[in-house]
Design a protein around this ligand. Structure first.
Ligand SMILES: C[S@@+](CC[C@H](N)C(=O)[O-])C[C@H]1O[C@@H](n2cnc3c(N)ncnc32)[C@H](O)[C@@H]1O
Length: 415
């Protein structure tokens, strides 16, 4: 839910710094920029160029290209991240699972078939790999496997994506040919997954506010062979649901900014817990953006996801927005066989799913699937093909009720 930059640790050369300046230097070099003000900020800004040059020199000295490769071995071996396998999603726009399996076999890996349990994934080691037990196009390798330089990755045939992060597009399951919004889309892993499910047939409208992340996303989508998408640098809250361009949007994937408290940072030091104030601000934004998404007139199914462990950003957001929308939308039971459910904080909250390193061997994650209530949506013929083919995708959690017209509030907030 947060930026893509590595977080929560300092590289080797920074160890002698005291905590305050260390955090400042970290934010300046690796984070989203400086959040504080005053004397320290001015000082850090003044030295930004030198610090960046020093970081580049450190990487040259240690013969590494990525910031995270500067981690001290002791930090890199911390528990949590080190247990989560390396998941790769086969990009079916460019290849198929069998061909990728053959490729890795030729590279000396042994293929062990489809996993029967999470325990099998946990036991993986050496040059062995499995097909995931839950997701059909996901291969699982031991935790320390690195494919960043692998030809299949650099050519867009495989996507390095955590298993939990594959759930939203899989559970949205848009039918080929449909119109889909990815509301907070960059850097675009879920957008490319949506395109693969749509088989590049249909239209994806993807929005994000962050120029840098959008540039990365554009490159990634090109590399992955995604077509039929429109990328816009726009605050999703300002996208007009009444605009005729979106009149056929029946699916929305909403993966907004969050505290990122579920992110497993492969060996990185844990981030301090977000303050109550920050959680409140994030939850306020998440409620607004979810409510806005539900106001698109043709919307039939929406997936809301975060990589946060906090109830405030997850169950509480879903409950508040469902209450606001009355019976127009209902929660459906996402992936009934998934072992880890939403916290039972309101009736039906178990329809949501959660993920965690301990229970599902993934990043910490939360997913809720919402569908428009009402008789027309209840008719089986109106369900998208993928959901009909894969009944495990969703089961109604609550009785369907007639949709209620809601006056749309136009809101605009800053995160
Ligand atoms: C969790 S990340 C999205 C990750 C993305 N779905 C993926 O799978 O690659 C959240 C994104 O929301 C974007 N964002 C934050 N506020 C936004 C807004 N008001 N409108 C659109 N995008 C926003 C952030 O810039 C960030 O890229």
């Amino acid at each position: 839910g947060v930026g893509a930059a590595p977080r929560g640790r300092a590289p080797r050369g920074a160890a002698a710094l005291t905590r305050g300046p260390q955090v400042l230097v970290y934010d300046l070099l690796f984070g989203k920029g400086l959040r504080c003000g005053g004397r320290w900020k001015a000082l850090a800004r003044r030295h930004r160029a030198r610090l960046q040059a020093e970081l580049a020199r450190l990487k040259v000295r240690h013969k590494v290209s990525r910031d995270e490769d500067l981690l001290a071995p002791a930090q890199a071996a911390s528990p949590g991240g080190s247990q989560v396998p390396r998941y790769i999603r086969v990009n079916t726009l460019k290849t198929c699972v069998d061909d990728v399996i053959d490729f890795f076999k030729r590279q000396g890996y042994s293929y062990l078939g489809k996993a029967a349990s999470v325990e099998e994934l946990r036991a993986l080691s050496g040059k062995k790999f499995l097909l995931d037990l839950h997701l059909p196009e996901l291969l699982v390798f031991p935790p320390q496997t690195d494919f960043h330089d692998n030809l299949l990755y650099t050519s867009g045939h495989i996507i390095l994506q955590d298993k939990a992060s594959c759930l939203p597009a899989f559970l949205l399951a848009p039918a080929a040919g449909s119109h889909v919004i990815d509301a907070c889309a960059a850097p675009g892993n879920k957008t490319s997954h949506l395109a693969a499910i749509l088989k590049n047939k249909g239209q994806i409208f993807a929005f994000d506010v962050d120029t840098k992340r959008l540039a990365t996303m554009n490159t990634m989508l090109m590399r992955a062979g995604v077509t039929g998408f429109q990328l816009a640098q726009q605050d999703f809250l300002t996208v007009d649901p009444g605009d005729p361009r979106y009149s056929k949007v029946t699916y929305i994937l909403l993966d907004p900014s969050c505290s990122g408290s579920g992110m497993v940072t492969r060996g990185l030091r844990e981030e301090p817990a977000p303050s109550a104030q920050r959680l409140q601000a994030l939850a306020g934004f998440q409620r607004k953006v979810l409510s806005h998404a539900l106001s698109f007139p043709a919307l039939r199914r929406l997936v809301y996801s975060t990589c946060s462990l906090h109830q405030e950003e997850n169950e509480d957001v879903v409950r508040a927005v469902l209450q606001e929308h009355g019976s127009a939308f209902r929660l459906v039971t996402a992936f009934p066989s998934w072992p880890c459910r939403g916290l039972a904080t309101f009736p039906g909250a178990e329809s949501c799913l959660r993920a965690s390193p301990a229970d599902t061997l993934t990043h910490g994650f939360f997913v809720a699937v919402l569908e428009r209530g009402g008789e027309e949506a209840a008719a089986p013929s109106s369900l998208p093909a993928a959901a009909e083919e894969n009944p495990q995708h969703g089961e109604t959690a609550e009785p369907r009720a007639a949709p209620r017209k809601r006056k749309r509030k136009k809101q605009r907030v800053k995160e």
